[in-house]
Design a protein around this ligand. Structure first.
Ligand SMILES: [Zn+2]
Length: 488
């Protein structure tokens, strides 16, 4: 029946065949033209959104310079409304980038001259876009006036940033403070630093020559890879908990030093901790007990845990961060276990990554993706785009997070972070004193969060070559936490 109908149709159509074939050509041509136009439109759309942002964001290029002639580069603000970076023009039309806080934010903001870095690079395109009324925009252009670029509002708090910088004092090192339940970075300081304001050729030469070996251009918070020291016992304890369901029954008698295979392990500062369980080993940061725990662990599974905690992988963040490394695997020799279990050996971590792990524990096991840019606004103060907090990964179960929190509370209550004891905000955390060469000197670490039972802020602090974590990093972290809870 269907076939007949179709034949009938063909027969009918055979009469005005010529005209119909002409129509068909027009239809085909129209389609072709439409496809061509559509693909052009798609390409231009792609160019405008993707390609042009790539082109504009490449550090040295003419297009960016051309745009800067038409747009007054947008400003960067803190979360408390302070201007962190702005462009000012004099009467001659010469513009200059200013940083009202000098060096305080340099490692996050980056620099505008000598090759853009930091937010000056990653937000370059957004600050060179002007989302004001198009009519006003054209009128400005016709008068040869620059249009105001969009402004960037960061998650950074100036009071907390100042407290973090003061906490580091004259030490080299880094502080990261973030909100566990959103991923907002509230403060990030790396020292030593430099002033990006009016960075002249002479200063730049000194910075790049780096005769003192200070690496002032380096953002230690994201690019510095350090031995985690005893902060790593968090992961060793978690792996032990996963492999041994009866971990609460664990016992070890610490005499201050012990030999594992052929590796001698000592407790910090020649302490001997006596009979300890897992919790006491953790709160006293007992090296020999953790080396003993390490010897029981399955190397392959330990590696899997660290890989799932984002070691040995590029962190997918809106800013660049060095990879942390954990090299132990099932083929490794037994003798690597005791050192690895106490965060020495070949393991390396960035202060940012350590902050993320800590924030995940504070957030019931869920790691939120860290970010600096809260929103972008046009010159009228209207929001153009806003960052919605998103989950990066689930690192552990809620039960595991609560168990680790309990241990980390004990570190403050009766362990190595006792200088945080007695505060209104009741912190939890883990100290570390990380050896980095054979000199016996240590980097002082502290990672933690507060309030322990309802965390609002997580911190990661490292003071290079300062000494023990408990003596140096904990008081530094306390300054940051005190400042936060004074205002919140
Ligand atoms: Zn011990």
């Amino acid at each position: 029946m269907k076939k007949n109908l179709s034949q009938k149709g063909e027969n009918k159509a055979s009469v005005p065949q010529k005209k119909n074939s002409g129509n068909r050509e027009i239809v085909v041509l129209t389609y072709l033209m439409t496809i061509l136009l559509l693909s052009l439109a798609v390409y231009f759309g792609y160019y405008l959104t993707v390609r042009s942002s790539l082109v504009i964001n490449s550090t040295y290029n003419k297009r960016s310079e051309l745009l800067e002639n038409k747009i007054l580069r947008g400003s960067i603000y803190s979360s408390d409304g302070e201007v962190l970076a702005r462009t000012v023009s004099d009467e001659m039309g010469t513009s200059k980038r200013e940083y009202p806080f000098g060096s305080l934010f340099v490692h996050v903001l980056g620099r505008y001259t000598h090759g853009k870095t930091g937010l000056e690079l990653s937000e370059n395109f957004n600050m060179l876009r002007s989302n004001i009324n198009p009519v006003v925009k054209i009128a400005n252009e016709l008068q040869g006036k620059k249009n105001p670029g969009d402004n960037i509002f960061t998650t950074l708090d100036t009071r907390l940033q100042k407290a973090a910088a003061e906490a580091l004092g004259s030490y080299r090192g880094a502080v990261v403070a973030m909100e566990p339940d959103t991923g907002k970075i509230l403060a990030m300081v790396s020292k030593p630093d430099y002033d990006p304001d009016g960075l002249d050729a002479e200063t730049w030469d000194l910075l790049t020559a780096d005769e003192q070996g200070e690496a002032r251009l380096l953002n230690r918070a994201t690019q510095g890879v350090y031995p985690p020291g005893s902060t790593f016992k968090i992961l060793t304890a978690l792996e032990y908990m996963r492999e041994h369901k009866n971990y609460k029954k664990y016992q070890y008698d610490c005499t201050g030093n012990d030999v594992f295979g052929e590796v001698k392990i000592k407790c910090y500062g020649d302490s001997s901790h006596g009979l300890v369980d897992l919790k006491t080993s953790f709160l006293k940061s007992c090296n020999t007990s953790f080396a003993n725990i390490g010897m029981t662990l399955d190397k392959g599974k330990f590696r899997e845990l660290c890989d799932s905690f984002l070691f040995n992988t590029e962190l997918l963040l809106p800013f660049s961060c060095s990879q942390s490394s954990f090299v132990l695997d099932k083929a490794s020799k037994e003798e690597e276990l005791p050192q690895t279990a106490i965060g020495q050996g070949k393991t390396g971590i960035t202060p940012m990554h350590n902050a993320m792990i800590t924030a995940a524990i504070a957030n019931g096991g869920i790691l939120m993706k860290p970010y600096f840019v809260d929103r972008r606004e046009n010159a009228y103060g209207e929001t153009i785009s806003k960052t919605v907090p998103s989950e990066y990964a689930t690192l552990m179960t809620k039960k595991e997070a609560l168990q680790l929190t309990d241990y980390m509370k004990a570190v403050v209550e009766s362990g190595t972070a006792s200088s945080l004891k007695g505060t209104d905000y009741q912190a939890a955390g883990k100290t570390g004193s990380a050896e980095f060469d054979s000199s016996g000197k240590t980097h002082a670490w502290f990672v933690g969060f507060a309030p322990a039972d309802n965390p609002e802020i997580a911190v990661s602090v490292i003071l290079e070559e300062a000494g023990s974590g408990g003596t140096y990093a904990v008081p530094a972290a306390k300054k940051v936490l005190d400042e936060y809870f004074k205002n919140n």
